[in-house]
Design a binder for this molecule. Structure first.
Ligand code: UDP
Length: 335
């Protein structure tokens, strides 16, 4: 059985759906629902009624120990974490306890139960300010916020657990994730929402609440920040490939996941207007603190070794995100 932690959240749920649709549906989801949603789990269970859900918190050792007693788990995909950079600066204790201590509890239960394979949701935020672009996996890791630090600490702990206990991990370092399930069963659902694409879509729905571009005087082609936007369904595929790779090769490794194509905030905004076929109001505001002007992945390693090939265009991703946003809006209207 595969344990997926955090599958009530954005990336975890798309990964679970991908596994289910590839006949890997012997799954137990563990999530404390602090930022994820029970409705998301219910959607997954509609597709695969046999998948199990346990509401629980990785910070609580008993809960995770009981989980391993109750189910015959042989592989873990680990998403459960807090992931808001700004919040992590204001409230680091939350990030170190949820992300680091939570993961230590998980890893200890794994080792105790001889479950020695994990795919881990890491992040480009572990690199910090880019020294060069595109960023490959050997780029120095100097995170500039507690969120990135918490993920880097986990990567290091995983290295030590590999040496000491033979626990093998694949760490996937994501760049900017966008998009939603093509059938709009699940999608991005953060509260509060801080990310670019959902914020653009939200302001398109709400009259008078204009979208804010954080700074247009960066040293880039159009003055706005450049990021590497990767589709969540493509990303979910990479997790399945990593799962297969780890099962086959039993080897610790790390992969960047991005498209290696940079797009500016204005470009994403323009594509969104195209998708919606309407003008969206916006204004330029101050730069957001800690935003590097460019973040771009070199993900040739994932392509070569995992045979991963991102397929979605940004237009497709934003279109799927838009379909999902409509559903999210109608949920709110009916509540
Ligand atoms: N951004 C923006 N307005 C928003 C949200 C984001 O201009 O309402 C910009 C942000 O400054 C960054 C890019 O969009 O350059 C991506 O930001 P996001 O928060 O989506 O991801 P991050 O790069 O912080 O992981």
């Amino acid at each position: 059985m595969i344990l997926i932690t955090g599958a009530a959240g954005y990336i975890g749920s798309h990964c679970a759906l991908n596994f289910i649709e590839n006949n890997l549906d012997d799954i137990v989801i563990f999530d404390n629902l602090s930022t994820g949603h029970i409705e998301t789990v219910e959607q997954l269970q509609k597709v695969a009624p046999k998948i199990k859900f346990i509401k629980g918190d990785l910070r609580n050792k008993n809960e995770i120990e009981n989980l391993f007693k109750k189910f015959k788990i042989d592989f873990v995909i680990h998403f459960a974490a807090l992931s808001q950079v700004g919040e992590s600066v204001v409230n680091p204790v939350l990030y170190y306890s949820n992300n680091v201590i939570g993961t230590i509890n998980l890893l200890n239960s794994m080792v105790e139960n001889n479950v020695l394979k994990i795919v881990f949701s890491s992040t480009a935020a572990t690199y910090g300010e880019p020294k060069y672009t595109p960023i490959d996996e050997n780029h120095p890791q100097n995170p500039i916020n507690p969120y990135g630090s918490s993920k880097l600490m986990i990567e290091k702990i995983m290295d030590d657990y590999d040496k000491a206990y033979n626990l093998k991990s694949i760490r996937l370092r994501y760049f900017n994730v966008i998009g939603a399930d093509e059938k709009a069963r699940i999608g991005e659902w953060h509260n509060p929402e801080t990310h670019l694409v959902p914020n653009i879509l939200k302001s398109a729905f709400k009259k008078g609440d204009e979208f804010k571009i954080f700074g247009d005087d960066y040293d880039t082609k159009d003055g706005t920040c450049i990021r590497d936007y990767v589709d969540v369904v493509d990303l979910a595929n990479a997790h399945r490939l990593a799962y297969e790779y780890l099962n086959k090769n039993n080897k610790t490794d790390v992969f960047n996941l991005g498209t290696q194509e940079g797009q500016s905030v204005k470009e994403i905004f323009n594509i969104s207007q195209e998708v919606l076929n309407k003008k969206i109001d916006y204004k330029i505001v101050q730069k957001r603190e800690g935003d590097p002007k460019i973040l771009l992945a070199n993900s040739s390693k994932a392509k070569e070794i995992l045979k991963w090939q991102p397929q979605k265009t940004t237009f497709d991703s934003i279109k799927n995100a838009f379909e999902w946003e409509k559903i999210l809006n109608s949920k709110k209207a009916s509540n």
